[in-house]
Design a protein around this ligand. Structure first.
Ligand SMILES: Nc1ncnc2c1ncn2[C@@H]1O[C@H](COP(=O)(O)OP(=O)(O)O)[C@@H](O)[C@H]1O
Ligand SMILES: [Mg+2]
Length: 341
């Protein structure tokens, strides 16, 4: 199976065993991912031993602004890749491109050797690549469970209606509901299943977003600032959930600003600035890198959102989702925060 750790790297079924025994026995996939990357040079665009995602010559401009210009980027299978860079570096735009939420000016990218260009988000999701949003897309007037059922068909507005109309795909409905309830238990949201998503805290919405992404059984999960705006009491649990994805053999790309978190969680770190990848390497290589230090100097760092900003951002996200329901293309989930648009 493409999303599993490669068999030759899996000593005596360690991966399967770690799943059976649960989080107390975490660690084998992490060690395997780090071992696989140990001899990879710390160079931009460097080949990985077993890439799940390969990006080539992808550019995206908005007017005169080059938001993304990535010559080559390979993402190692089964590891957690931390994607960092100052605000406006192009991280969210890159996620949008790789998952079909936006189209590039040039370039190609593939998952397991299969080109993903020109596919819609739900098609990309069905092939096993999903993302979550920096601004969560939970629909506040749907219940937590209903939000989960939207994830079952991949990330597409239309499926939303099908998910709510009984009988249109009854055979799948029961299985999907069971899967949703199981994921809600895992993310400790089961007690909230019948509540409107709008009543959840910011952190719970992030958990719901992650749980929903898992409804389509992805092999690659891209998490856009899953910790942003999350109450510190929930950050450890969120981090644990991200590490669990790796334990289950998924490939994770993770945008995060807090360098302690990045160091703790990443097997490999990719640094973007002004649309380009300016450095990549294991976490310990990054703070010594002069290009990285320069990129961050004078860059404006993200501060946590205020409650008013969070409300504004959610209202904007819902407006965009409403548009999506009507089949319009959404350029980006980045809004507000004065990113110069
Ligand atoms: N839909 C859009 N229209 C115009 N400019 C955009 C759009 N989306 C992103 N940008 C610009 O592209 C650049 C990269 O943004 P983004 O990918 O959101 O960066 P990051 O996620 O690293 O903070 C920024 O300058 C941003 O203002
Ligand atoms: Mg972003």
């Amino acid at each position: 199976m493409p999303g599993e750790m490669p068999a030759e790297n899996t000593p005596t079924g360690a991966h399967a065993a770690s799943l059976d025994k649960g989080p107390a026995h975490r660690g084998a996939p992490q060690r395997l991912a780090q071992a696989a990357l140990r001899d990879v040079p710390w160079e931009v665009g460097v080949a990985k031993p077993d890439p799940a995602i390969v990006v080539e010559n992808v550019t995206r401009t908005f007017g005169g602004l080059t938001a993304v210009s990535v010559d080559r980027l390979e993402i190692q299978r089964g590891g957690i890749t931390g994607l960092i860079g100052p605000n406006g570096a192009g991280k969210t735009t890159l996620f949008n491109l790789l998952t079909g939420f936006d189209q590039p000016n040039t370039g190609t990218w593939s998952f397991d050797g299969r080109p993903l260009g020109k596919l819609a988000p739900h098609q990309v999701a069905r092939l096993g690549v999903v993302r979550t949003f920096q601004l969560t897309k939970a629909l506040s007037r749907l219940t937590v469970l209903e939000n989960m059922l939207l994830g079952a068909q991949g990330q597409r507005g239309e499926s939303f209606l099908r998910a709510l109309v009984p009988g249109t795909w009854r055979s799948q409905e029961k299985a999907n509901t069971e899967k949703a309830l199981e994921l809600l238990r895992r993310f400790k949201l089961d007690a909230k299943k019948d509540e409107f998503a709008g009543t959840l805290s910011g952190g719970q919405r992030k958990l719901l977003e992650m749980a929903r992404a898992l409804m389509s059984d992805p092999q690659v999960v891209m998490l856009d600032e899953p910790m942003a705006g999350v109450n510190p009491a929930l950050t450890q649990s969120l981090l644990g959930h991200v590490k669990d994805l790796r334990e289950e053999g998924m490939t994770v790309i993770f945008v995060e600003h807090d360098m302690d978190v990045v160091r703790d969680i990443s097997d490999w770190v990719v640094v973007m600035a002004a649309g380009r990848v300016i450095a990549e390497g294991p976490p310990e290589s990054i703070s010594q890198n002069q290009a990285v230090v320069d990129a961050y100097l004078g860059a404006h760092h993200d501060a946590p959102l205020t409650v008013e900003e969070e409300d504004q951002v959610l209202a904007e996200a819902e407006r965009r989702i409403a548009h999506e329901e009507h089949g319009e293309v959404i350029d980006s989930d980045t809004t507000t925060r004065g990113e110069g648009r």
